[in-house]
Design a protein around this ligand. Sequence first.
Ligand SMILES: [Zn+2]
Ligand SMILES: [Zn+2]
Length: 248
Amino acid sequence: MSAPSGNNNALNSSAGYSGVVEHSGPLHSFLEHATVLAFPVVLVLNLHWASSDLYKLELLWLIALAIPLGVILGDFVSGIVHWAADTYGSEDMPVIGPSLVKPFRLHHIYPRDICTHGLVETTGNVCILAVPLLSLSLYLQWLLPGSGLLAFSVVCLALMATATVATNQFHKWAHQESPSACARWLQRKRLVLEPAHHKRHHTEPFNVNYCITNGWLNPLLNKLKFFRRLEATLAFFGIKTAKAKENT
Ligand SMILES: [Zn+2]
Ligand SMILES: [Zn+2]
């Protein structure tokens, strides 16, 4: 996502929508489309190679462990990235300012804008990061065939990447007024982000429930005050939150 292109493409300006259509620049748009197409290819290759190695080593049962682990790691990554974008940096920072910080900050002002995004816009930014990562893991498997530890790690990584790529789609469903029956079923089963659970993040003081894949980790991280402790640790090393910088 990039900067708003102007007010001439007005959408629905009712509550929660900015009424502005956003367009990626040509390079960003090309990368989004190319990596959205490449992601399923590198994902399937990774899973095929890794599961073949696990099968040969009679360790295929490890996939049962990798599935929840990968999904939980994906939820954790979504929380860390979301918290970092909400709490640190500015929209003017190079590269990550317009592509990461700005969309999250705008999302708090216009939470329904995400409902107007197509599949490429919703998942493209994460695919731009996930495709090189999964390409690197393919290369490592080519270098080290037959490694059980590597094969298990690759399955976890591939599932984590899948959960992370799907995160904004789940986030979008949580803001839709009428999500599909399939999305509603997944939400009811808490397999994806549940709207009432996510609403807490959009309620003052806006500093809980940062995980937005399925939110499984939110109760634990809230209880541990994980993000407040992380902010205190970073402040100790001189890294201030955007709010603290505004107040100085
Ligand atoms: Zn947020
Ligand atoms: Zn939201």
